[in-house]
Design a protein around this ligand. Sequence first.
Ligand SMILES: [Zn+2]
Length: 141
Amino acid sequence: MTETPTPEVDEDVLEHLYEVFFGDLGLCGCGSPDEGWKLIHAILTECGKPQWTVESRNALIDSIGPPGVVHLVMSLLDDVLLEHGTSYWSSWLTDKGKWTLWAINTVGLDNLEVKLDEVGYPHDGGDCSAECYRIPAVEAP
Ligand SMILES: [Zn+2]
């Protein structure tokens, strides 16, 4: 059983997911944005694991697509949601990446595109602060 978040929290979270997707990552809303969200969720889930294996990373790579696609996708997320050391495959989550994973898990992947279309950018298009991407204390591990 999952708890239903309050509508105010939901809207704020959705607005900031909108900012991540369309603002920070500069992605497009036409085509299959929901499929893009599923891929982002899969990558963040894998890279957010405290411990990972070559097998689990290889499974992720295979799910992303051919090497050129993998390179573009991982490069897109790098410095925004991911940071990497020697290679993309040892990537870990940035603070915004951790927040984004938490946020997706909070609002759910189902019809995320439709939910985002209902809210738009946060703060009526104004700037965000680091506070905006802080996981609520009650939810933090
Ligand atoms: Zn904000």
